[in-house]
Design a protein around this ligand. Structure first.
Ligand code: SF4
Length: 348
């Protein structure tokens, strides 16, 4: 690990900000005067990008802003409509918190400080620092995966703790352009100092970088020990088709509030047909054949859904109007693929 001399910090800041002014990414949520951007747009973008890649985030951002162009529209919207506009983004607690926070903001006005933002539902230290610096010019350093990686490499720290990263980020933050500085570090991490193939030859921090000097820049930071992924299995039934199907509201923190195919848990090594029989008895439906299985990973869970056809006269819901998880979209696609193949067999 190196100690960056304080006398070098102004030159280092100038180098990164010059690079950012020339090479920073142009993104839809970056419109507006530096340090005085529209807080609503910054907020939506920061929440959206927490678990979503920028390329997909652009599409979702446009869709969400079209549905809810300002905080009053979001505050007045039913939860189902917000979840529908969030469809595909995952981590739906974010959408529910956005709506709850929008109701507070619509009543009280936008907070203008880091602490004020931190008090809103769903807003953590990263988001509060980003909004405070980008929309209000507040001197708050962000700390996310990109920042952690860039700083770990710059200082040659293999195991950077959260307090260590925050202390370094705070010390380096440009006091005149804090928002631009935060975005510059994030952009450097996303486009130059990438996890596997850092492009040190194109990096404005190369002169000061300990990881580069070590000859193994991608060895910093050391890989984190990942939490084990838990396998979860369930049986689902498709009653109807990919346009109109029997749907139920899901409960729980992961997919709570979303609609989905009726399901029942399947124990490890359990009998799927027995679960199907139980599920169909609850729905007063007649079980049909297995359509196939779909798998989807969410946070630390890998869910495998065994999707069966079933028949009943129960009321169906328009799939286009319902907010569905990607797991259920995959299951519905399975039903469609099965129908297509049956159609092809009939034609032959
Ligand atoms: S010199 Fe290389 S390792 Fe160091 S910050 Fe730049 S890209 Fe990352």
């Amino acid at each position: 690990m190196i100690v960056l001399p304080p006398s070098e910090v102004p030159t280092l800041r100038a180098a990164l900000l010059t690079w950012f002014d020339a090479r920073g990414r142009e993104l839809p949520w970056r419109q507006g005067v530096e340090g005085r951007r529209d807080p609503y747009r910054v907020w939506i973008a920061e929440i959206l990008l927490q678990q979503t890649q920028v390329v997909r985030g652009r599409v979702y951002y446009d869709r969400f802003l079209t549905a809810f162009p300002d905080v009053h529209a979001l505050a007045a919207a039913p939860e189902a409509a917000v979840l529908k506009a969030w469809e595909g983004c995952g981590y739906y607690a974010r959408a529910r918190n956005l709506r709850r926070a929008a109701q507070l903001v619509a009543a009280q006005g936008f907070p203008e400080t880091y602490v004020g933002w931190l008090a809103l539902p769903g807003v953590g230290p990263y988001t509060a620092a980003a909004i405070a610096s980008l929309a209000y010019g507040g001197a708050r350093a962000v700390n996310d995966g990109n920042v952690r990686r860039v700083l770990a490499r710059l200082y040659g720290e293999a195991v950077p703790t959260e307090p260590w990263v925050q202390a370094r980020a705070d010390a380096l933050l440009d006091p005149v352009r804090p928002g631009a500085w935060n975005e510059a570090v994030m952009d450097l991490g996303a486009t130059v100092c990438t996890p596997r193939s850092p492009r040190c030859g194109a990096c404005p921090l190369a002169l000061w970088c300990a990881a580069r000097a070590s000859g193994q820049p991608d060895a910093f930071p050391a890989p984190k020990v990942r939490a084990a992924v838990q396998d979860v299995q369930a049986v689902a039934v498709l009653i109807g088709d990919e346009k109109d199907a029997v749907l139920e509201e899901r409960a729980g923190t992961l997919l709570g509030g979303l609609m989905g195919l009726p399901t029942d848990a399947l124990a490890d090594g359990g009998d799927a047909v027995a679960v199907l029989t139980r599920l169909c008895a609850r729905l007063q439906a007649r079980p049909g054949p297995l359509l196939g299985q779909v798998t989807h990973t969410m946070t630390h869970r890998r869910v495998t859904l065994y999707v069966y056809r079933a028949h009943s006269a129960a009321e169906r819901t328009s799939v286009a109007q319902a907010a569905l998880s990607r797991l259920d979209q995959k299951a519905l696609a399975l039903g469609r693929a099965r129908q297509d193949s049956l159609f092809a067999e009939e034609v032959e």
